[in-house]
Design a protein. Structure first.
Length: 467
Protein backbone atom coordinates (compact mmCIF):
# COMPACT_ATOMS: atom_id res chain seq x y z
CA UNK A 1 0.00 0.00 0.00
CA UNK A 2 1.27 3.47 -0.92
CA UNK A 3 -0.08 6.73 0.48
CA UNK A 4 -0.77 9.91 -1.48
CA UNK A 5 -1.28 13.48 -0.30
CA UNK A 6 -4.73 15.10 -0.39
CA UNK A 7 -3.05 18.06 -2.14
CA UNK A 8 -1.60 15.89 -4.88
CA UNK A 9 1.90 17.40 -4.97
CA UNK A 10 3.82 14.96 -2.74
CA UNK A 11 5.49 11.70 -3.75
CA UNK A 12 3.65 8.59 -2.58
CA UNK A 13 5.11 6.88 0.49
CA UNK A 14 4.80 3.54 2.32
CA UNK A 15 3.15 3.22 5.73
CA UNK A 16 6.26 3.54 7.92
CA UNK A 17 7.31 6.82 6.28
CA UNK A 18 3.76 8.16 6.57
CA UNK A 19 3.71 7.19 10.25
CA UNK A 20 6.80 9.24 11.06
CA UNK A 21 6.09 12.14 8.69
CA UNK A 22 2.56 12.99 9.93
CA UNK A 23 1.80 15.79 7.47
CA UNK A 24 2.69 15.44 3.76
CA UNK A 25 5.39 17.73 2.34
CA UNK A 26 2.87 19.77 0.34
CA UNK A 27 0.88 20.52 3.50
CA UNK A 28 -1.76 17.88 2.70
CA UNK A 29 -2.83 14.80 4.63
CA UNK A 30 -1.89 11.26 3.67
CA UNK A 31 -4.59 8.88 2.43
CA UNK A 32 -4.21 5.31 1.13
CA UNK A 33 -3.92 5.11 -2.65
CA UNK A 34 -6.88 2.70 -2.67
CA UNK A 35 -9.39 1.26 -0.19
CA UNK A 36 -8.69 -2.41 0.59
CA UNK A 37 -11.84 -4.58 0.69
CA UNK A 38 -12.53 -6.74 3.72
CA UNK A 39 -12.47 -10.43 2.73
CA UNK A 40 -15.77 -12.18 1.92
CA UNK A 41 -17.28 -13.70 5.06
CA UNK A 42 -15.14 -11.52 7.30
CA UNK A 43 -18.08 -10.17 9.28
CA UNK A 44 -19.31 -13.61 10.30
CA UNK A 45 -15.89 -14.38 11.74
CA UNK A 46 -15.31 -10.94 13.27
CA UNK A 47 -18.46 -11.04 15.40
CA UNK A 48 -17.00 -13.55 17.85
CA UNK A 49 -13.29 -12.83 17.47
CA UNK A 50 -11.26 -10.98 20.13
CA UNK A 51 -10.93 -7.27 19.35
CA UNK A 52 -7.15 -7.41 18.81
CA UNK A 53 -7.47 -10.20 16.23
CA UNK A 54 -10.06 -8.21 14.28
CA UNK A 55 -7.73 -5.22 14.52
CA UNK A 56 -4.82 -7.14 13.01
CA UNK A 57 -6.91 -8.31 10.03
CA UNK A 58 -8.55 -4.96 9.37
CA UNK A 59 -5.32 -2.94 9.54
CA UNK A 60 -2.87 -5.35 7.93
CA UNK A 61 -3.53 -4.28 4.28
CA UNK A 62 -2.53 -0.72 5.27
CA UNK A 63 0.75 -1.84 6.84
CA UNK A 64 1.77 -4.88 4.76
CA UNK A 65 5.22 -4.68 3.21
CA UNK A 66 6.68 -2.42 5.90
CA UNK A 67 7.12 -5.01 8.69
CA UNK A 68 6.70 -8.77 9.27
CA UNK A 69 3.07 -9.68 10.09
CA UNK A 70 4.10 -11.40 13.34
CA UNK A 71 5.70 -8.19 14.58
CA UNK A 72 2.59 -6.20 13.73
CA UNK A 73 0.36 -8.77 15.45
CA UNK A 74 2.50 -8.60 18.60
CA UNK A 75 2.30 -4.79 18.67
CA UNK A 76 -1.49 -4.79 18.24
CA UNK A 77 -2.01 -7.46 20.90
CA UNK A 78 0.17 -5.55 23.33
CA UNK A 79 -1.63 -2.23 22.64
CA UNK A 80 -5.11 -3.58 23.39
CA UNK A 81 -3.99 -5.67 26.36
CA UNK A 82 -3.60 -2.28 28.09
CA UNK A 83 -7.42 -1.86 28.13
CA UNK A 84 -9.61 -2.50 31.15
CA UNK A 85 -12.44 -4.38 29.46
CA UNK A 86 -12.07 -7.85 27.88
CA UNK A 87 -14.07 -6.68 24.82
CA UNK A 88 -11.86 -3.54 24.53
CA UNK A 89 -14.88 -1.70 23.03
CA UNK A 90 -17.98 -3.09 24.80
CA UNK A 91 -21.47 -2.40 23.44
CA UNK A 92 -24.28 -1.33 25.74
CA UNK A 93 -27.91 -1.75 24.64
CA UNK A 94 -30.02 1.29 25.61
CA UNK A 95 -33.22 -0.12 24.10
CA UNK A 96 -35.18 1.04 21.00
CA UNK A 97 -32.28 -0.07 18.79
CA UNK A 98 -29.89 2.48 20.29
CA UNK A 99 -26.47 1.34 21.50
CA UNK A 100 -23.44 2.89 23.12
CA UNK A 101 -20.02 1.71 21.96
CA UNK A 102 -17.78 2.46 24.94
CA UNK A 103 -14.46 3.76 23.66
CA UNK A 104 -13.18 4.84 27.08
CA UNK A 105 -11.67 1.72 28.64
CA UNK A 106 -8.07 2.65 27.84
CA UNK A 107 -5.41 4.04 30.20
CA UNK A 108 -6.62 7.68 30.09
CA UNK A 109 -10.38 7.05 29.85
CA UNK A 110 -10.97 8.64 26.44
CA UNK A 111 -11.25 7.28 22.90
CA UNK A 112 -7.87 8.68 21.87
CA UNK A 113 -6.22 5.74 23.67
CA UNK A 114 -7.55 3.34 21.01
CA UNK A 115 -5.34 5.00 18.42
CA UNK A 116 -2.46 6.33 20.52
CA UNK A 117 -1.72 3.11 22.41
CA UNK A 118 -1.04 1.58 19.00
CA UNK A 119 0.72 4.59 17.47
CA UNK A 120 3.18 4.97 20.39
CA UNK A 121 4.24 1.34 19.93
CA UNK A 122 4.50 1.68 16.15
CA UNK A 123 6.71 4.77 16.56
CA UNK A 124 8.99 2.90 18.95
CA UNK A 125 9.21 -0.10 16.62
CA UNK A 126 10.01 1.93 13.51
CA UNK A 127 12.47 4.29 15.23
CA UNK A 128 14.36 1.43 16.86
CA UNK A 129 14.59 -0.37 13.51
CA UNK A 130 16.10 2.77 11.99
CA UNK A 131 18.33 3.46 15.00
CA UNK A 132 16.72 6.89 15.39
CA UNK A 133 15.21 8.91 18.24
CA UNK A 134 12.65 11.72 18.20
CA UNK A 135 11.40 14.44 20.52
CA UNK A 136 7.62 14.66 20.42
CA UNK A 137 6.20 18.07 21.26
CA UNK A 138 2.51 18.86 21.62
CA UNK A 139 0.03 21.26 23.18
CA UNK A 140 -3.08 20.04 24.94
CA UNK A 141 -6.32 21.42 26.28
CA UNK A 142 -6.92 18.10 28.04
CA UNK A 143 -7.50 14.68 26.49
CA UNK A 144 -4.84 14.52 23.78
CA UNK A 145 -1.93 15.27 26.10
CA UNK A 146 -2.69 12.55 28.59
CA UNK A 147 -3.29 9.96 25.87
CA UNK A 148 0.01 10.92 24.20
CA UNK A 149 1.92 10.78 27.50
CA UNK A 150 0.53 7.32 28.26
CA UNK A 151 1.36 6.18 24.72
CA UNK A 152 4.98 7.37 24.86
CA UNK A 153 6.03 6.83 28.47
CA UNK A 154 9.17 4.70 28.94
CA UNK A 155 9.73 4.30 25.20
CA UNK A 156 13.46 4.36 24.52
CA UNK A 157 13.39 6.12 21.18
CA UNK A 158 11.07 8.92 22.33
CA UNK A 159 11.26 12.00 24.56
CA UNK A 160 7.93 13.77 24.95
CA UNK A 161 7.16 17.36 25.99
CA UNK A 162 3.50 18.27 26.51
CA UNK A 163 2.47 21.88 27.09
CA UNK A 164 -0.74 22.70 28.92
CA UNK A 165 -2.16 26.09 29.91
CA UNK A 166 -1.46 26.50 33.64
CA UNK A 167 -4.63 26.35 35.73
CA UNK A 168 -6.88 26.03 32.69
CA UNK A 169 -7.37 22.29 32.44
CA UNK A 170 -9.29 20.11 34.87
CA UNK A 171 -7.43 18.56 37.78
CA UNK A 172 -8.15 15.03 36.54
CA UNK A 173 -6.72 15.93 33.16
CA UNK A 174 -3.60 17.57 34.62
CA UNK A 175 -2.92 14.74 37.05
CA UNK A 176 -3.29 12.11 34.34
CA UNK A 177 -0.23 13.71 32.72
CA UNK A 178 1.81 15.08 35.60
CA UNK A 179 1.73 11.96 37.78
CA UNK A 180 3.52 10.02 35.04
CA UNK A 181 7.05 10.19 36.43
CA UNK A 182 8.81 8.35 33.58
CA UNK A 183 12.14 9.96 32.74
CA UNK A 184 11.23 10.54 29.09
CA UNK A 185 8.00 12.43 29.95
CA UNK A 186 8.25 16.21 30.42
CA UNK A 187 5.14 18.18 31.31
CA UNK A 188 5.22 21.95 31.01
CA UNK A 189 2.60 24.32 32.42
CA UNK A 190 2.63 27.55 30.40
CA UNK A 191 1.48 30.81 31.96
CA UNK A 192 -1.06 31.44 29.20
CA UNK A 193 -3.98 29.98 27.26
CA UNK A 194 -4.27 26.86 25.13
CA UNK A 195 -3.80 29.05 22.05
CA UNK A 196 -0.52 30.35 23.53
CA UNK A 197 0.63 26.75 23.99
CA UNK A 198 -0.27 25.91 20.40
CA UNK A 199 1.51 29.01 19.13
CA UNK A 200 4.66 28.01 21.06
CA UNK A 201 4.59 24.53 19.53
CA UNK A 202 4.14 26.02 16.07
CA UNK A 203 7.08 28.36 16.65
CA UNK A 204 9.28 25.48 17.80
CA UNK A 205 8.52 23.60 14.60
CA UNK A 206 9.11 26.80 12.63
CA UNK A 207 12.60 27.18 14.13
CA UNK A 208 14.38 24.92 11.68
CA UNK A 209 17.73 24.64 13.41
CA UNK A 210 16.03 23.71 16.71
CA UNK A 211 13.62 21.34 14.99
CA UNK A 212 16.45 19.45 13.29
CA UNK A 213 18.75 19.46 16.31
CA UNK A 214 16.15 17.69 18.48
CA UNK A 215 14.37 15.81 15.67
CA UNK A 216 11.00 17.29 16.66
CA UNK A 217 7.96 15.20 15.81
CA UNK A 218 4.21 15.16 16.59
CA UNK A 219 1.50 12.58 17.10
CA UNK A 220 -1.44 14.81 16.20
CA UNK A 221 -4.83 13.76 14.96
CA UNK A 222 -3.99 14.15 11.28
CA UNK A 223 -1.57 11.20 11.48
CA UNK A 224 -2.96 8.48 9.20
CA UNK A 225 -2.07 5.75 11.70
CA UNK A 226 -4.55 7.23 14.18
CA UNK A 227 -7.39 7.14 11.66
CA UNK A 228 -6.43 3.58 10.69
CA UNK A 229 -6.66 2.33 14.27
CA UNK A 230 -10.13 3.87 14.63
CA UNK A 231 -11.55 1.99 11.61
CA UNK A 232 -11.43 -1.22 13.61
CA UNK A 233 -14.25 -0.50 16.05
CA UNK A 234 -16.68 0.46 13.30
CA UNK A 235 -16.03 -2.90 11.61
CA UNK A 236 -16.21 -4.84 14.87
CA UNK A 237 -19.45 -3.18 16.02
CA UNK A 238 -21.09 -3.75 12.61
CA UNK A 239 -20.04 -7.41 12.78
CA UNK A 240 -21.49 -7.86 16.27
CA UNK A 241 -24.79 -6.10 15.52
CA UNK A 242 -25.43 -7.02 11.92
CA UNK A 243 -23.00 -9.81 11.04
CA UNK A 244 -22.25 -7.70 7.98
CA UNK A 245 -25.61 -8.42 6.37
CA UNK A 246 -27.66 -5.71 8.03
CA UNK A 247 -26.69 -2.09 7.99
CA UNK A 248 -25.74 -0.03 11.03
CA UNK A 249 -25.80 3.75 11.69
CA UNK A 250 -23.25 5.65 13.80
CA UNK A 251 -23.36 8.96 15.64
CA UNK A 252 -19.99 10.48 16.50
CA UNK A 253 -19.23 13.39 18.88
CA UNK A 254 -16.99 15.36 16.54
CA UNK A 255 -14.12 17.83 16.88
CA UNK A 256 -11.25 17.35 14.45
CA UNK A 257 -13.29 14.92 12.31
CA UNK A 258 -10.74 12.10 12.80
CA UNK A 259 -13.08 9.69 14.51
CA UNK A 260 -16.02 10.02 12.13
CA UNK A 261 -13.74 9.93 9.08
CA UNK A 262 -12.61 6.47 10.22
CA UNK A 263 -16.29 5.47 9.89
CA UNK A 264 -16.18 6.57 6.27
CA UNK A 265 -13.03 4.44 5.74
CA UNK A 266 -14.80 1.43 7.26
CA UNK A 267 -17.68 1.98 4.85
CA UNK A 268 -15.25 2.15 1.89
CA UNK A 269 -13.79 -1.20 3.01
CA UNK A 270 -17.24 -2.79 2.74
CA UNK A 271 -18.79 -2.24 6.18
CA UNK A 272 -22.56 -1.76 5.70
CA UNK A 273 -22.90 1.68 7.29
CA UNK A 274 -26.12 3.40 6.21
CA UNK A 275 -25.69 6.67 8.10
CA UNK A 276 -22.86 8.67 9.68
CA UNK A 277 -24.09 11.41 11.99
CA UNK A 278 -21.79 14.23 13.07
CA UNK A 279 -22.70 15.45 16.57
CA UNK A 280 -21.59 18.97 17.54
CA UNK A 281 -21.86 21.19 20.55
CA UNK A 282 -22.23 24.94 20.03
CA UNK A 283 -19.04 24.81 17.92
CA UNK A 284 -20.94 23.40 14.97
CA UNK A 285 -18.88 24.20 11.86
CA UNK A 286 -19.31 20.73 10.31
CA UNK A 287 -23.00 20.52 11.15
CA UNK A 288 -23.61 23.93 9.57
CA UNK A 289 -21.66 22.79 6.53
CA UNK A 290 -23.85 19.69 6.16
CA UNK A 291 -26.96 21.88 6.36
CA UNK A 292 -25.84 24.72 4.06
CA UNK A 293 -22.96 23.47 1.89
CA UNK A 294 -20.72 26.27 3.21
CA UNK A 295 -17.80 25.58 5.52
CA UNK A 296 -17.24 28.80 7.44
CA UNK A 297 -14.93 29.39 10.42
CA UNK A 298 -16.46 31.05 13.46
CA UNK A 299 -15.31 31.82 16.98
CA UNK A 300 -14.51 29.03 19.42
CA UNK A 301 -16.96 28.92 22.35
CA UNK A 302 -16.06 27.06 25.55
CA UNK A 303 -18.63 24.35 26.37
CA UNK A 304 -19.18 21.42 28.74
CA UNK A 305 -17.69 19.14 26.06
CA UNK A 306 -14.28 20.83 25.63
CA UNK A 307 -12.71 18.20 23.39
CA UNK A 308 -15.12 19.32 20.67
CA UNK A 309 -14.46 23.05 21.11
CA UNK A 310 -12.82 23.37 17.72
CA UNK A 311 -13.54 25.53 14.69
CA UNK A 312 -11.32 23.89 12.09
CA UNK A 313 -11.81 20.17 11.62
CA UNK A 314 -8.47 19.24 10.06
CA UNK A 315 -9.40 15.74 8.99
CA UNK A 316 -12.29 17.03 6.87
CA UNK A 317 -9.70 17.58 4.14
CA UNK A 318 -9.55 13.82 3.68
CA UNK A 319 -13.27 13.65 2.92
CA UNK A 320 -12.94 16.62 0.58
CA UNK A 321 -10.31 14.69 -1.40
CA UNK A 322 -12.80 11.84 -1.80
CA UNK A 323 -15.66 14.17 -2.75
CA UNK A 324 -13.46 15.73 -5.44
CA UNK A 325 -12.70 12.29 -6.93
CA UNK A 326 -9.17 12.47 -5.52
CA UNK A 327 -8.28 15.62 -7.45
CA UNK A 328 -5.47 16.96 -5.24
CA UNK A 329 -5.13 20.22 -7.08
CA UNK A 330 -8.78 21.07 -6.47
CA UNK A 331 -8.34 20.27 -2.76
CA UNK A 332 -5.25 22.51 -2.59
CA UNK A 333 -7.18 25.37 -4.24
CA UNK A 334 -10.14 24.94 -1.91
CA UNK A 335 -7.95 24.85 1.20
CA UNK A 336 -6.08 27.96 0.02
CA UNK A 337 -9.43 29.75 -0.40
CA UNK A 338 -10.48 28.55 3.06
CA UNK A 339 -7.30 30.02 4.54
CA UNK A 340 -7.70 33.42 2.91
CA UNK A 341 -11.52 33.83 2.95
CA UNK A 342 -12.39 31.73 5.99
CA UNK A 343 -14.94 29.78 3.95
CA UNK A 344 -15.70 27.62 0.92
CA UNK A 345 -18.93 26.29 -0.61
CA UNK A 346 -19.59 23.00 -2.37
CA UNK A 347 -22.09 22.53 -5.20
CA UNK A 348 -25.62 21.19 -4.78
CA UNK A 349 -24.83 17.88 -6.52
CA UNK A 350 -21.89 17.18 -4.23
CA UNK A 351 -23.96 18.06 -1.18
CA UNK A 352 -26.82 15.81 -2.32
CA UNK A 353 -24.42 12.91 -2.74
CA UNK A 354 -22.87 13.60 0.65
CA UNK A 355 -26.23 13.73 2.39
CA UNK A 356 -27.15 10.19 1.32
CA UNK A 357 -24.83 9.01 4.12
CA UNK A 358 -23.99 12.05 6.22
CA UNK A 359 -26.07 14.19 8.54
CA UNK A 360 -25.36 16.38 11.52
CA UNK A 361 -26.94 17.95 14.57
CA UNK A 362 -26.05 20.18 17.50
CA UNK A 363 -26.77 20.18 21.24
CA UNK A 364 -26.16 23.12 23.57
CA UNK A 365 -24.93 22.94 27.18
CA UNK A 366 -28.43 22.99 28.74
CA UNK A 367 -29.54 20.14 26.51
CA UNK A 368 -26.31 18.28 27.31
CA UNK A 369 -27.09 18.45 31.04
CA UNK A 370 -30.70 17.35 30.35
CA UNK A 371 -29.49 14.30 28.43
CA UNK A 372 -27.00 13.32 31.16
CA UNK A 373 -29.82 13.69 33.71
CA UNK A 374 -32.43 11.71 31.76
CA UNK A 375 -29.96 8.92 30.98
CA UNK A 376 -29.23 8.68 34.70
CA UNK A 377 -32.94 8.71 35.60
CA UNK A 378 -34.12 6.32 32.91
CA UNK A 379 -31.18 3.95 32.51
CA UNK A 380 -29.30 4.41 35.78
CA UNK A 381 -26.25 5.13 33.65
CA UNK A 382 -23.76 8.01 34.02
CA UNK A 383 -22.48 9.39 30.71
CA UNK A 384 -19.95 12.12 30.00
CA UNK A 385 -20.90 15.39 28.25
CA UNK A 386 -19.37 14.39 24.87
CA UNK A 387 -21.31 11.14 24.85
CA UNK A 388 -24.45 13.07 25.83
CA UNK A 389 -24.08 15.35 22.82
CA UNK A 390 -23.85 12.24 20.64
CA UNK A 391 -26.86 10.59 22.20
CA UNK A 392 -29.04 13.68 21.84
CA UNK A 393 -28.11 14.15 18.19
CA UNK A 394 -28.54 10.42 17.46
CA UNK A 395 -32.14 10.48 18.61
CA UNK A 396 -32.88 13.63 16.62
CA UNK A 397 -31.13 12.60 13.38
CA UNK A 398 -31.95 8.91 13.16
CA UNK A 399 -33.49 8.09 9.77
CA UNK A 400 -34.57 4.49 9.99
CA UNK A 401 -35.70 3.05 13.34
CA UNK A 402 -35.20 -0.50 12.02
CA UNK A 403 -31.43 0.16 11.68
CA UNK A 404 -29.40 -0.05 14.90
CA UNK A 405 -28.00 3.36 15.87
CA UNK A 406 -24.62 3.21 17.61
CA UNK A 407 -23.44 6.26 19.56
CA UNK A 408 -19.73 6.37 20.19
CA UNK A 409 -19.12 7.04 23.90
CA UNK A 410 -15.85 8.95 23.66
CA UNK A 411 -15.02 9.63 27.32
CA UNK A 412 -15.57 8.05 30.73
CA UNK A 413 -17.91 10.11 32.96
CA UNK A 414 -15.21 10.39 35.65
CA UNK A 415 -13.14 12.44 33.25
CA UNK A 416 -15.73 15.25 33.42
CA UNK A 417 -17.05 14.88 36.97
CA UNK A 418 -18.24 18.48 37.42
CA UNK A 419 -20.74 18.41 34.54
CA UNK A 420 -21.97 14.95 35.48
CA UNK A 421 -22.45 16.00 39.10
CA UNK A 422 -24.22 19.20 38.09
CA UNK A 423 -26.70 17.18 36.02
CA UNK A 424 -27.29 14.23 38.33
CA UNK A 425 -26.03 15.11 41.82
CA UNK A 426 -23.75 12.07 41.56
CA UNK A 427 -19.98 12.40 41.32
CA UNK A 428 -18.76 9.57 39.06
CA UNK A 429 -15.90 7.64 40.70
CA UNK A 430 -12.62 6.98 38.90
CA UNK A 431 -11.99 3.34 37.98
CA UNK A 432 -10.19 1.44 40.71
CA UNK A 433 -6.75 1.45 39.10
CA UNK A 434 -6.82 5.27 39.21
CA UNK A 435 -8.60 5.74 42.50
CA UNK A 436 -5.44 7.18 44.11
CA UNK A 437 -4.84 9.69 41.28
CA UNK A 438 -5.28 12.63 43.65
CA UNK A 439 -2.68 11.24 46.09
CA UNK A 440 0.05 10.59 43.54
CA UNK A 441 3.07 12.92 43.35
CA UNK A 442 3.17 15.26 40.36
CA UNK A 443 6.13 16.52 38.35
CA UNK A 444 5.95 19.44 35.93
CA UNK A 445 7.77 22.62 35.04
CA UNK A 446 6.07 26.03 35.06
CA UNK A 447 7.28 28.38 32.33
CA UNK A 448 6.31 31.85 31.13
CA UNK A 449 4.71 32.21 27.70
CA UNK A 450 8.10 32.62 26.02
CA UNK A 451 9.74 30.74 23.17
CA UNK A 452 13.24 31.40 24.57
CA UNK A 453 12.33 29.99 27.95
CA UNK A 454 10.78 26.91 26.35
CA UNK A 455 13.72 26.26 24.05
CA UNK A 456 16.27 26.54 26.83
CA UNK A 457 14.15 24.25 29.02
CA UNK A 458 14.10 21.62 26.27
CA UNK A 459 17.83 22.06 25.62
CA UNK A 460 18.83 21.62 29.25
CA UNK A 461 16.38 18.78 29.88
CA UNK A 462 17.63 16.81 26.89
CA UNK A 463 21.25 17.39 27.92
CA UNK A 464 20.37 15.69 31.18
CA UNK A 465 21.33 18.81 33.16
CA UNK A 466 17.94 19.35 34.75
CA UNK A 467 15.13 16.91 35.47
C1 LIG B 1 -10.92 14.14 20.82
C2 LIG B 1 -12.29 13.91 21.33
C3 LIG B 1 -13.43 14.07 20.50
C4 LIG B 1 -13.34 14.56 19.08
O1 LIG B 1 -12.82 13.58 18.21
P1 LIG B 1 -12.32 14.00 16.75
O2 LIG B 1 -11.66 12.78 16.20
O3 LIG B 1 -11.34 15.13 16.96
O4 LIG B 1 -13.51 14.42 15.95
C5 LIG B 1 -14.67 13.79 21.06
N1 LIG B 1 -14.81 13.41 22.35
C6 LIG B 1 -13.74 13.25 23.16
C7 LIG B 1 -13.96 12.87 24.57
C8 LIG B 1 -12.45 13.49 22.68
O5 LIG B 1 -11.40 13.34 23.51
Amino acid sequence: MRYVSTRGASVSLPFNDVLLAGLAFDGGLFVPSEWPALPVGAFDRFADMPYAEVAIEVMWPYVAGTMPQDDFAAIVNDAYAAFDHPDVVPLRDLGDGIFLAELFHGPTLAFKDLALQLVGRLFEYELSRRGERVTIVGATSGDTGSAAVEACRDREAIEIFILHPRGRISEVQRRQMTTVLSLNVHNVAIEGTFDDCQELVKSLFGHEEFRNRHRLSAVNSINWARVMAQIVYYVKVAAVLGRGAESVAFTVPTGNFGNVFAGYCAQKMGTPISQLVVASNRNDIVTRFLETGTMRVGEVHPTLSPSMDIQISSNFERLLFELFDRDGRRVAETMARFRTDGEFTLGADTMAMLRTTWSGGRIDDDQTLDIIRSTWTNQHLLIDPHTAVGLGVAVACRRDPSVPMVCLATAHPAKFPDAVEEATGVRPPLPERMADLFDRPERYKILPNSLDALESHIDTTLLGVAP
